[in-house]
Design a protein around this ligand. Structure first.
Ligand code: GUN
Length: 293
């Protein structure tokens, strides 16, 4: 039997659930609205936002993308966010990263109304996650990893979970989600990072190993306990002379050698990636439900 966690199939289940929520909002005269802000012409951001818009439309969520020139000032970007915060037709606001260097990302994320912060990056939502307050929005990637684990029947209560990476977008919120006291969490979480001694030793103790540090194929077979669940969040572009573009994408896990050791493992692509959009649109439906109450 395959030991793959099918992220596309699980994301599709969530899209189906979100589509039903959108339909029932529309029955009440509410069309969920999601606005994307893209600053500059980063090619990866163009692709990501395009995918998010397409899926929004499929589910009946109204979306637009506001594209600003890369020379836009931080003040002008904050002013646009302020207008969108005040406009009731938009339930969710997503400012696509990366932003140009002259714009401070944390200032921008702190400017999005917490009730519209479907990315879960506003300090209030970060704090709510830490406090275990389910009212807030959870960042989409770690939220998606959690859904993958729960919907794959992975027992998290009491599990030894090792998170590789302490970034604000994945590592830290991932650890927060799993250490909360309660069902589908209550794990013993270790966060491994660049200051950690004996990284491999920590990894080998993990029942669930979540790789999110952005180092191509860092997790090798001898770092994985036989039967462990391995989740690969990494998206790394590496040189590949045999590819037409001269590069290819690889994860943080050396998949070919780790798969035979793992109990369950995410493919990459087709694992965590599709879950991020699913969680974003589920968050948008929830923002519209809250606004319509
Ligand atoms: N850029 C890459 N991933 C993300 C994300 O989850 N949210 C935003 N806003 N930008 C991103």
């Amino acid at each position: 039997m395959s030991n793959l966690i099918d992220g596309r199939a699980i994301a599709q289940q969530i899209h189906t659930e979100t589509g039903r929520r959108v339909a029932s909002l529309k029955d009440r005269g509410i069309t969920p609205g999601l606005v994307f802000i893209r600053v500059g012409e980063d090619p990866a951001s163009q692709v990501y936002v395009g995918m998010k818009e397409k899926k929004s439309a499929e589910l009946g969520i109204r979306s637009v993308t506001r594209v600003l020139p890369s020379a836009t000032s931080e003040a002008d970007l904050l002013a646009l966010i302020g207008q969108l915060n005040a406009d009731p037709q938009w339930h969710g606001i997503l400012v696509q990263a990366p932003l140009p260097r002259h714009i401070d990302q944390s200032t921008v994320y702190a400017h999005v109304a917490p009730s519209k912060d479907v990315d879960g990056f506003h300090p209030l939502n970060v704090g709510k996650l830490m406090l275990g307050d389910a009212d807030g929005f959870i960042p989409c990637t770690p939220g998606g990893v959690h859904e993958l684990l729960v919907r794959s029947g992975v027992k998290l209560e009491g599990a030894e979970v090792v998170v590789l990476g302490r970034g604000n977008i994945v590592g830290k919120p991932m650890a927060s989600i799993l250490l909360q006291k309660g069902k589908n969490a209550n794990s013993t979480v270790t966060v491994v990072h660049s200051g950690t001694r004996d990284v491999a030793g920590h990894c080998r103790r993990a029942d669930v190993l979540i790789a999110a540090m952005g180092v191509p194929e860092f997790v090798k077979a001898d770092m994985v306990k036989p039967g462990a669940v391995v989740i690969d969040v990494g998206v790394n572009r590496v040189p590949d002379a045999s590819a037409k573009s001269g590069t290819r994408l690889v994860g943080d896990v050396a998949f070919a050698e780790v798969q035979p050791v793992a109990g369950l493992i995410t493919p990459n692509p087709g694992g965590v990636g599709p879950m991020t959009i699913a969680m974003l649109l589920a968050n948008t439906a929830r923002a519209a439900e809250s606004a319509g109450r």
